[in-house]
Design a protein around this ligand. Structure first.
Ligand code: CMC
Length: 429
């Protein structure tokens, strides 16, 4: 294979494939014409070697533990900027000037309220519903409330829909939280910044004054930055696939939320905290580590391992620091879950099994402890992930729609079912 082309030999046919180089990272072999030339598909379950699209938004080097948004390292964004600045960067490709930032913040803020009828819509859910179930339903329902921004061929409507999604997702998430808690919804307060407003919508009650703790607000804002986008992960690929058919953005984001819910993806922080609770004390750790290593036991250490990072997840390092800041601020010194987490991390980083398989703690390992300390129930953890990831989904969806080479996503398969056979009447079966 040369730098520009590669030859794939299939039987007697030589398929000349173009090799396309990215700005950084591995090149790709363009096999778009392979089936036409050889009559064969490629087979790659889980897409471990397949680039599904071209993108300029996020770059990950999993071996080095690098995450860049539009070229900027996640550490610098999380340390110096705020979440809405990262949203602007993901959507527009550049960091905003002061005037652009003020204008963007204003535009997002103007869309924070949801249609009043949404409150009625919520009444249809059971009070004990999982808030992610409520999110899938209520975000999907947005397309029934905002038809004036569902024409995806109109750039203005695409931008309005994007603003609406980023602005309304915290409001819906807080409503899901309040609904399950049996408390009245709290309207957004637009004098507050994005994350402080979200904390207030979650934790304020009408009978008391609520003061936002700036340390907790900053910590949650950083958690949002850390989760804002992550390249072509399962939920983002779901949003792209749904959007590739021309579906409206609200429906696509609802599809992304459904995918995020799974414990191997966004549900991992909830699962990680449940696991820490189940382990209970440092003494029980060896038993659980042994279970995780046992090939015959399906148990996995939740919060460890990543499809892409085969090094320390750069977000996990920032998350660990943020976790300690929050616990210090709240005066939580002796949290048994934290003791278990710290010891589990120490053991896993030194254990041959985890070292050999490159299983490092991922972002979910520490985010669960932090969110619990802030007062969020475990069932809300994935909802918070969805709030943050909405901008990534929207930015990726917009990029796809605006790509002139965009086609409907339609993978093929290796069929291993029954060959053609004739129908047998029920009396003869
Ligand atoms: N505990 C124990 N063993 C593990 C773990 C784990 N958490 N993760 C992977 N392994 C083993 C696995 O058994 C396999 O062993 P073998 O080669 O002997 O069969 C090997 O490591 C490779 O695993 P894999 O399933 O082929 O790896 P993958 O890249 O398909 O899976 C993963 C990645 C994240 C789904 C997996 O590591 C996992 O299930 N982790 C726990 C769940 C979790 O924390 N998910 C959050 C991911 S980060 C948030 C996000 O981006 O959404």
């Amino acid at each position: 294979m040369t730098a520009e082309t590669g030859t794939i030999k299939v039987g007697d046919t030589n398929f000349e494939a173009k090799v396309r180089a990215g700005s950084i990272g591995p090149s790709v072999i363009d096999i778009g014409a392979l089936y036409g030339k050889t009559g064969m598909f490629t087979y790659d379950p889980g897409f471990t070697s397949t680039a599904s699209c071209e993108s300029q938004i996020t770059y990950i080097d999993g071996d080095e533990g690098v995450l860049l948004h539009r070229g900027y390292p996640i550490e610098q964004l999380a340390e110096n900027g705020d979440f809405l600045e990262t949203c602007y960067l993901l959507l527009y490709g550049e960091l905003p000037t002061a005037a652009q930032k003020a204008d963007f913040d204003y535009r997002v803020t103007r869309h924070t309220m949801v249609h009043e009828q949404m409150a009625r819509f919520f009444q249809g859910f059971r009070r004990d519903a999982h808030p992610m179930a409520v999110m899938v339903g209520s975000v999907g329902a947005l397309s029934a409330f905002y038809h004036d921004s569902t024409d995806i061929s109109d750039p203005h409507q695409r931008m309005i829909a994007s603003m609406r999604m980023i602005a309304k997702i915290p409001t819906l998430a807080a409503m899901a939280f309040k609904y399950v808690a049996g408390q009245p919804f709290v309207y957004p307060q637009n004098s507050l910044d994005y994350t402080s407003n979200f904390l207030r919508m979650c934790f304020a009650v009408p009978c008391e004054e609520y003061k936002v703790n700036p340390i907790l607000s900053r910590a949650l804002d950083r958690i949002f930055i850390l989760h804002a986008d992550h390249e072509q992960n399962a939920s983002t690929s779901t949003v792209r696939l749904a959007g590739s058919s021309g579906a409206n953005p609200f429906a696509c984001i609802a599809a992304g939320i459904a995918c995020l819910w799974g414990p191997a993806h966004g549900g991992a922080n909830e699962a990680a905290l449940k696991m820490l609770t189940e382990i209970g004390s440092v003494d029980n750790i060896p038993k659980f580590v042994a279970k995780a290593k046992d090939k015959n036991d399906p148990f996995r250490l939740m919060g460890f391992g990543h499809r892409v990072y085969k090094n320390y997840d750069p977000r996990a390092k920032i998350m660990q620091k943020t976790c300690h800041e929050v616990l210090r601020e709240l005066g939580i010194k002796d949290d048994p879950l934290l003791d278990v987490a710290v010891e589990l991390e120490r053991i896993a980083l030194h254990d041959e099994y985890f070292i050999e398989k490159k299983l490092y703690p991922n972002i979910d390992f520490y985010s669960g402890i932090t969110l619990k300390a802030m007062g969020f129930p475990t069932s809300m953890f994935t909802v918070l992930f969805a709030v943050a990831r909405t901008v990534g989904w929207i930015a990726q969806w917009k990029e796809m729609i605006e790509d002139p080479h965009q086609k409907i996503g339609r993978p093929r398969q290796l069929y291993t079912g029954a060959p053609r056979r004739d129908y047998v009447p029920v009396s003869k079966r």
